[in-house]
Design a protein around this ligand. Structure first.
Ligand code: SAM
Length: 327
């Protein structure tokens, strides 16, 4: 996946003048704070957010937003694939950061009409607005950005699609469940939650999935079924999205590789069921001489399938299958 040209140019413009060395040092400190604290029972040790001030916001723009954009776009793609006739007219992005989910939504559903973004940190709001203002898409250019703390009472109208991406893990344990309920209550059609593809990120998604399922939400993606998650407690359901790095991104990250892989966990639910799928591919397929091994989640449980050339149709299908695909 590539960043949309308009987003890449908007990020470049926002970061023009930022010193590379300072940016890299700030990003390293930020990612250290995230690694130490993600999923912590009490949330960030100081303040509401791990991102504090304009230097952190710039570092987030350079180092995290492209990757979160890529993961959220992949998750939205999975949601869109199971609701092929559905186009959300409005988005609520809760814990919006710099608006990665809004950029992803406009890529996924070109006809998205409007968006409201809620964010606690004023430096993120300011930079997110500045980046979005460079888009010609009306939902980005005219988005409503609002400062609010999601763990305190907040107001919004209901929206077709509600997204909370890479935010639940920043909240205190006790705040997550009630916020998931509020987000679902604000969604007239669908809700998407995305977290890092770590055991902690997955634990947060799994708990939210169970809560939403119990509340009567239809599970749309990644699961091919409505039942309790069949994964063992020591396993975790996560996916990976590859994002191409531009020359400028490579230089700013001091990276040799022309891409990065963002691991993420997600759940998308809706008020109507999605078109059925037979399975979701839970791991990168293992390709061995003469056979391909697939780890599948199916409506009847987990299934380890070994495909050989003997079944030519299945073999042709398995050769093209990728981690995260719906079958
Ligand atoms: C890791 S960033 C994710 C940003 C964006 N959603 C994305 O996917 O790139 C988490 C964002 O949630 C915001 N946040 C954390 N706790 C919050 C709270 N209690 N209320 C509102 N925003 C919050 C942070 O300020 C930060 O911008």
């Amino acid at each position: 996946m590539d960043l949309p040209n308009e987003m890449r140019l908007a990020l470049d413009a926002a970061l023009r003048g930022a010193g590379r060395v300072e940016l890299r040092a700030t990003a390293a400190a930020l990612s250290q704070r995230y690694r130490a604290g993600h999923g912590a029972a009490n949330g960030p040790p100081e303040g509401v957010s791990y991102v504090r001030g304009s230097a952190d916001a710039a570092a987030y723009a350079a180092y995290r937003m492209p990757a979160t954009y890529a993961a959220v776009t992949a998750a939205m793609g999975a949601l869109a694939a199971r609701l092929p006739d559905w186009v959300p007219r409005s988005l609520l992005d809760a814990g919006a950061g710099l608006g990665a989910a809004l950029w992803a939504a406009t890529e996924t559903w070109e006809d998205l009409g409007g968006a409201e973004l809620i964010e606690a940190e004023s430096a993120m709001l300011a930079l997110g607005r500045q980046i979005a203002a460079r888009s010609r898409h009306p939902a980005l250019a005219a988005a409503v950005w609002r400062q609010a703390n999601l763990t305190e009472p907040w107001q919004s109208r209901s929206h077709d699609l509600v997204a909370a991406t890479y935010v639940l893990g920043e909240l205190p344990d006790a705040a997550r469940g009630p916020l998931v309920d509020q987000l679902w209550a604000h969604s007239s059609q669908a809700l998407l939650l995305v977290e890092p593809g770590t055991p902690q990120g997955w634990a947060i998604i799994r708990a939210a999935r169970e809560r939403l399922r119990t509340a009567g939400a239809c599970i749309i993606a990644p699961c091919p079924h409505q039942g309790a998650c069949p994964l063992a407690d020591d396993d975790w359901c996560h996916f990976s999205q590859r994002l191409a790095r531009s020359k400028a991104q490579r230089a700013s990250k001091g990276a040799d590789l022309g891409y990065e892989d963002e691991k993420f966990a997600y759940v998308a639910v809706a008020r109507i069921p999605g078109t059925p799928i037979a399975a979701r591919v839970l791991r990168r397929p293992l390709v061995r001489p003469g056979r391909i091994e697939l780890a599948l989640c199916t409506p009847t449980g987990l299934h380890h399938e070994i495909v050989t050339r003997a079944n030519r149709e299945r073999w042709r299908m398995a050769r093209d299958v990728e981690w995260g695909d719906a079958l």
